[in-house]
Design a protein around this ligand. Sequence first.
Ligand code: NAD
Length: 484
Amino acid sequence: FSVDLDTPVYKGKVSCPTGLFINGKFVEAVEGGTIDIVNPSTGKVLTKVAAATSADVDIAVEAARKAYKTSWGLKVPGSKRGEYLNKLADLLQANIDEFAALECLNVGKPWSESRGFDLELTLKTIRYYAGWADKVEGRTIETNDTKLAYTRHEPYGVVGQIVPWNYPITMVSWKIAPALATGNVVVLKPSEITPLTALKLAELVVEAGFPPGVVNIIPGYGATAGAAISLHPHIRKIAFTGSTLTGRKIQEASAKSNLKVVTLELGGKSPNIIFDDADLEQAVKWSSIAIFSNSGQVCTAGSRIFVQEGIYDAFIKAFSAAAQNINHKTGDPFAEGTVHGPVVSQTQLDRVLGYIKSAKDQGAKAFIGGERHDISDGYYVKPTIFTDCTPDMKVVQEEVFGPVAAVVKFKTEEEAIEMANDTEYGLASAVFTENVGRAIRVSNALEAGMTWVNCNVATEYNVPFGGYKQSGVGRELGSYAIST
Ligand code: NAD
């Protein structure tokens, strides 16, 4: 795939391979299948990429196993594995604008997000784990004076990795960097909707000199390639990010096949609680970022906003002004000043509009937005704020994964905590208050893997990330990813 762009923010060529990356080479799928890749800001097909099936998964896993035995694992010193990763990061840095442009094309992300946030986080993540590669240490344990026990960290071998479409290149870095740093080899399946930057990274894997088979990147559909990875008897661990529904299937597949270790980063319906004593300006700023960035397609999105009655009217007024401002900056991902792009696909557009309809049907008030934005054939949805929401509504209970905030009024701290925890999810949460005691008390009471105080969706590469309840198992990022 190759295209010349002449846009306000990026001028030049954008290209990437379209085959499966197996054993250091780009190849067609055994069964010859392909996937149409669509530009969400126009609705038009950009290119086709090869679609892996179980036959390709088998070949990739064999290549990975061989590489693990001959040219990776603990055979290669940690310092050397770190060098490969740093070289990969150097190459990514040298091509960072092209990667950002490819994400704008394939995901519809505004340049300000893809170049300004996603690729920076991707780069930092790879460098961070490059640094970890020679710092994995075991412990010694005293038993008695004749025995010495020690622990040693060993790689799993072949690790299967399955990622979603909302942060394609960032998710690849979260998966491959810690796995490679600790001596594992990987077979990674990007989302069938957004495989382009993962394939582009594969080019850099070759250039960085990784031995063939250490990294394999195979686009394909979930029900075929994804299922084959999760059932494969020679894959020892699966690291998955995606929906709770698919996460369940992956755990089932692990149980049915070889009890592979599974880490799951799943969906969320994160509460964002704003108390009367909050700094209104900060609360509005972060609440907007939390639900409208990446068009709300964020697993930690602050999609349920609980606002205390004393600040409710002022918050709604300022929050809707912020949403209106974002609405004015909706459009072409490559236009200067765009902050709001389309959702990723027709399916996602239908899903989000379906939730908007259900909220209206159930009596919520679309204070602002609440409809498709017909600025092109792309999949644009207006930033939407529903007020007068009650906890039983679908829009309050289920993950919309779009730019749709559901606002619920509350009276007391206890009531806010109870409503916030009334969900099957437990990924993230946020609390806005100037009262330190309340901030700590409420954070501790919230059933969520992560709580941000006076900010929101503030993900950092060196801080553990993950949820509990039905939002996931295990942790990514930080030192936690090294030990899982
Ligand atoms: P999805 O579960 O539909 O797909 C995720 C990946 O799983 C894709 O690569 C897909 O091809 C694959 N897949 C689908 N069916 C499969 C199967 N039966 N076996 C194996 N693999 C299969 O999710 P999505 O729509 O791509 O992404 C959106 C979801 O991801 C949301 O629920 C969101 O909250 C979640 N997400 C979570 C995090 C997190 O870190 N917690 C981060 C980003 C996204």
